[in-house]
Write a protein that binds this ligand. Structure first.
Ligand code: IMO
Ligand code: MG
Length: 422
């Protein structure tokens, strides 16, 4: 019986999780998305073609890996069907490979409206992706959500009409435009038909695959510091993108988990609001953004940028049980002559390497930096660790010593080929 490998983000998202999964998918039989929704945007380049994946696990791009969207995901059918069409237009056999959990919760237009309305009314803005993610998870926990399997029940239309009435009362009170029940019912009946061939019980499926010794890879979405419990609350997403969420989001048990890969960039970034200790609000931050093309895949927002934060990385490793690091954008950081990484925080006169998401702590924390030599030149053709310039190896060795965790995959350029595997 095999164990599943898991790929998770260590910071605030956009660390290159899709690339790690895409790499592992060369060997994987099955790839899985377990949490979040189309707030995720995973960019992968295959033969120079850019794929911006939102819901379907990136493993499908290998055109030989089964792609499972499991129960922990919240699904916007319109976005999903758009993604299916996009993949089909590139010759990917989606009908053969895609499986969707009957228990995945469905995002409706009222969720998206409420997301926008609540964000507008918030005293401290979160900067959500406005895709209805928070309101959809709220309905799940409020126990009035509609799951994929519910779309085929006799009372589906009645339930949708009832929910639209309830949500419209909220929207009306807030002076927002209302949802049209007839329109939603017609639209979602169509979506239901289109999604039916992909629906199954993915818990049974995943356990069957593991018993058949298949290699299963779970592609995390969002990241540790966006976790509703372990992130910088309230500036977080509405799910658990950490290892616990992978278990509840798939029905895999702790014993079924093998390697846990933590994706990081050689620098850091954040979209949306909230504390960010190593943020650079100067020309250096701007330069990282330009060199790394740090603009949102989903919202096109310019990302906030800064140096790598090793204090936060150790926290992510502890929370998730990460045993391998995937370091992306080594080529990007190598364009600086000198760059830095944060090795401790100074908080009100005390130096610490302990990370906590306490808001006052994060606001007061001043990064203590260590400098590294850059100027790596073109490393895109390096095939082994030994091929890398000495200064690049020094940086990687330091990350490994600091975290006690092996840097197993090293991204040296945008394309699929630009990845050193140790
Ligand atoms: P991937 O998987 C980066 C951020 C949003 C916002 C907060 C809450 O591509 O790494 P939400 O719409 O989830 O309610 O927004 O979380 N956020 C992400 N930031 N990458 C993501 O996903 C994100 N998903 C959500 O910007 O600050
Ligand atoms: Mg993204």
């Amino acid at each position: 019986m095999s164990k599943a490998s898991v790929v998770l983000g260590c910071f605030y998202g956009d660390e290159g999780k899709g690339r790690t999964t895409d790499h592992l998918a060369q060997f994987a039989d099955v790839s899985v998305r377990a949490t979040g929704g189309n707030n995720a945007g995973h960019t992968i380049y295959v033969n120079g073609v850019k794929f911006a994946m939102r819901l379907i696990p990136s493993g499908i791009l290998s055109n030989k890996t089964i792609a499972v969207i499991s129960n922990g995901v919240v699904l916007d059918p319109k976005v999903l069907l758009g993604e299916i069409e996009m993949l089909k237009s590139h010759g990917i056999d989606v009908d053969k490979f895609l499986k969707i959990s009957d228990k995945a919760h469905i995002i409706f237009p009222y969720h998206t409206h409420l997301d926008v309305m609540l964000e507008n009314k918030r005293k401290n803005k979160i900067g959500t992706t406005k895709n209805g993610i928070g309101p959809a998870y709220c309905d799940k926990y409020e126990r009035c959500g509609i799951r994929l399997e519910d779309m085929y029940k006799a009372d589906f239309e009645e339930n949708v009409r009832h929910l639209v009435t309830v949500k419209n009362e909220l929207l009306e009170m807030a002076g927002e435009p209302l949802c049209d029940a007839d329109e939603i019912v017609a639209l979602y009946k169509g979506y239901a038909e289109a999604l039916k061939p992909y629906m199954c019980d993915t818990v049974i499926l995943l356990h069957k695959y593991l018993k058949e010794d298949k290699f299963v890879v779970v592609e995390g979405a969002q990241a540790t510091l966006l976790d509703i419990d372990f992130g910088s609350y309230p500036f977080v997403t509405s799910s658990n993108p950490t290892i616990g969420g992978i278990l509840t989001g798939t029905g895999l048990s702790a014993r079924d988990i093998g390697d846990v890969y933590g994706a990081i960039k050689a620098y850091s970034s954040r979209v949306g609001e909230g504390p960010y200790v190593t943020e650079l609000m100067d020309a250096t931050g701007d330069r990282i953004r330009e060199l790394g093309h740090e603009y949102g895949t989903v919202t096109k927002r310019p990302r906030r940028c800064g140096w790598l934060d090793l204090v936060a990385l150790k926290y992510a490793i502890d929370i998730n049980g990460i045993n391998y690091i995937n370091l992306n954008h080594l080529d990007t950081i190598g364009q600086f002559d000198i760059f830095k990484a944060c090795v401790a925080y100074e908080v009100n006169g005390t130096v610490t390497t302990d990370f906590t998401t306490n808001e006052d702590f994060l606001k007061a924390a001043k990064p203590v930096y260590k400098e590294f030599k850059g100027g790596f030149g073109d490393i895109s053709q390096c095939k082994t660790f030994e091929d890398l310039p000495e200064d690049a190896r020094t940086y990687i060795n330091f990350i490994e010593e600091y975290t006690g965790t092996m840097v197993k995959l090293i991204g040296t350029g945008a394309d699929r080929e630009n990845m050193i595997v140790r």
